[in-house]
Write a protein that binds this ligand. Sequence first.
Ligand code: ZN
Length: 268
Amino acid sequence: MIATSLIDIGINLAHDSFNADREEVIARALAAGVVQMIVTGSSGASNRQAIEMARTHPGVLFATTGVHPHYAKELTDELLEELRQLAPVQQVVAVGECGLDYFRDLSPRAVQQKAFHRQLELAAQVRKPVFLHQRDAHDDFVSILREHRSSLVGGVAHCFTGNHHELAAYQDMDLYVGITGWICDERRGAHLVPLMKEIEADRLLIETDGPYLLPRDLPSKPESRRNEPAYLPHIAATIARARGESPEHFAATSTAAARKLFALPELH
Ligand SMILES: [Zn+2]
């Protein structure tokens, strides 16, 4: 008997590391109480894969479609046109991931900024929320987002790893915040623990961001070091503890918040 229902709002299920056992990964997630998952699209190919997965797992898997800042230089007019075709598809619940990543700078910054603007415009046109990625680019990210905020229906700052001031800037724009297993890392995620009480319950979402960010304090870690949605309850329990809430209470509010932002159906 599963006491809680969780939603993984960010799982890179199109990643190669899931090719051999994708169905088993989904089955393990469901068995662990992760009832719905949003498959992150981050490139032309992964967008198409994410939609295909959502089509074959209706009501359970959903997709985002966008171009990650790493791949911003691949956002040609043709790919933008494809995004425009895909965004209204029923299985697509958000535009993204999109944003800025100055940590790795895999695309030139000016190119990243342009791709970000174009995807924010698209999200506004199709009236879908945005799935946002930001790393080491807070000031530019906030200033671009502010330009578009009033025309956007909503958005989530996925994989939030920032400080109090960054959080306050996102809250000022009424963004949802996505927390990953980063918070389970006592070396680099400890600063997130006290911030958990600062986030309103109806704005706090959870995600594994698998196959990345395997929670560091999992009781037994897979040899592959691959993260997957079945580990989401571990992350949720860590956040619930930081908020001084029961896991059941936190699961209920977080799941309701995810359903609201992404307009996900309830399961019966
Ligand atoms: Zn990301």
